[in-house]
Design a protein around this ligand. Sequence first.
Ligand code: UDX
Length: 439
Amino acid sequence: MKVTIAGIGYVGLVTGVCLAEIGHEITCVDTDHKKISDLNKGESPIYEPGITELIKHNLAKGAIRFTTNSKQAYSFAEIIFISVGTPESDDGSANLQYIKEAAEEIGQSIRKNVIVVTKSTVPVGTNEKIKKWIENKITGRLKVSIVSNPEFLREGSAIYDTFNGDRIIIGAEDELSANIIGDLYKPFDLPIIKTDIRSAEMIKYASNAFLATKISFINEIANICEKVGANIEDVAQGIGKDSRIGSQFLSAGIGYGGSCFPKDTKALVQIAGDVHHRFELLESVIKVNNVQRNRLVHKAKEVLGPLAGKKAAILGLSFKPNTDDIREAASISMIEQLLAEKAEVFAFDPVVNGKIKALFPENIKLCTSIDEAITKADLCFIATEWNEIKEYPLVKFKDLMKEPFIFDGRNCFQLMEAEKFNLNYYSIGREPVIAKYSN
Ligand code: UDX
């Protein structure tokens, strides 16, 4: 089928290359000229395992093209996906400005009947507005059918998730459109749930809110574990074995970040508020997450006293491994806190570089290796569980740091290992390991 994708961010690009891979004819549209010209050279604007290969492969076979000429791309499409951003407004609600602009341009440009599929995360009822925005701009007797098709892919495993997702949600206003979009996805061979548009919109928010709730819940249990001398890893394993609970999203840490959970939880609180329902449970989830981000620096102050003048290494800057995305990353709040404490910050991440430099242009030192970041450091924080960090030999903390004080926000190491190398090792929801003798 001939598909045009509006907005080549994370979701749009991954959707485009994966649909091209299964045999559709894809045109990707974005207003960013540099991004489009890089993509036409086979260069991905995002760091995502496997994406460059898929872009190059589908460019070579002529299955995908990238353009800024949106009018032309919309005019010949049978299906148009909207995957532009819905950033957070000041009041926490989703900002629909880019969606509206795309919808109006679609209305002005189409030359035949079209199905418009919304992939962007939008508040319940938005797809009805999208239809109106498009129809208001249509001249002639063209029919637009709207489908809500929320996206569940995770950064860092987006390609895998697209081919192996748990379900595809299709919320449509008529059966024919639902069946056409179902056929589009058929080669993926994944379970398809067909529903009405408003329910599909709600499924996306409810899914993200539930996962965020799981994380804040396990983080609170971890905080209690620390106080009562229990071990969160064993507790999570024990409760996760109950299939009603499930073992995923029970990793305690320094809270959730990224482009979705923080934004979508706040938006759902707002959506509920708009219909005079106070979503107190979700408000607490958000509050717990904000406190959790600051726990590690607090802990370091409790253990070491004032951090002024101390050399602090911070390992892992992205909001999670296998991505260069630092949106709402715990590392950012930690760096801010450390700078406020007047500590010297030495940061390392396997892929994040320029983005963090742009946020802290002068006052942190970006290192090119873990060795460089921790050498002669007074303390070390771990904010992201990259493999390179998890596999780093613990003995080197002992050898390179002044005295090894490690504050691990992602439970990267076994307590026994930390004991073996005589480290001071503080993690989440587990008893601290205190060095037995001075190194
Ligand atoms: C999430 C959803 O998983 C995905 O379905 C949706 O489409 C977009 O939002 P993503 O933000 O890419 O995906 O990352 P995810 O793997 O879900 O992790 C989000 C955050 O939660 C990360 O900061 C991660 O470190 C944290 N997390 C995740 C935990 O702290 N503990 C866990 O057990 C799982």
